[in-house]
Design a binder for this molecule. Structure first.
Ligand SMILES: [Fe+2]
Length: 173
């Protein structure tokens, strides 16, 4: 199981001042991923079980770093297991973004060439299963460099997708 603490998420949250202030207090566990990789032949599948703890930094919910697949054409599906989540999907070439609910016993299909980030918008742990081609691979560097164009924040008690730049402008940073 790979554990990701708040300190591993540097650069993910738009409000860097809130991030640094939170990190100065504590470095909590934010999410874990347990991967199952039985074989890696052309026709094989891998899967991962993710758990994201509830929490927020500067109005943004606790989330995964997010990634593209190294083999860009590789799609993936996620199945919600428990808790309330959303997935932020961003088409790599166009930057077109959408927020999709991830709920227990529901499936989210992530097409190829699409960056994806999973976000806990509830008050309990969010757990989910992701299934992808064994040869998909994970490219975290592209996201670390450019980040997602949009963020998910709570507005009137519900998650809403807004442009990262608009969030920064609203905070005067
Ligand atoms: Fe993926």
């Amino acid at each position: 199981m790979v554990k990701h603490h708040l300190s591993d998420l540097r650069g993910c949250f738009a409000d860097t001042a809130a991030y640094e202030a939170a990190l100065a207090q504590d470095d909590p566990l934010v999410y874990t991923v347990a991967s199952v990789t039985p074989a890696d032949g052309d026709g094989d599948l891998h899967c991962g079980v993710g758990l994201i703890r509830p929490g927020k930094i500067g109005g943004e919910y606790f989330m995964t770093r997010g990634h593209l697949h190294s083999w860009r054409a590789a799609a993936e599906f996620y199945i919600g297991l428990s808790g309330e989540g959303v997935m932020l999907l961003e088409e790599e070439a166009t930057g077109e973004s959408r927020l999709v609910e991830l709920r227990p016993n529901s499936v989210v299909y992530v097409p190829g060439h699409t960056a994806h980030r999973t976000i806990n918008v509830g008050r309990t742990p969010l757990t989910y299963l992701g299934v992808y081609p064994a040869k998909a691979g994970h490219d975290y560097a592209a996201i670390a460099k450019n980040n997602f164009r949009c963020v998910a924040v709570e507005r009137n008690g519900k998650p809403e997708m807004i442009e990262r730049n608009d969030l920064l402008a609203s905070k005067g940073t």
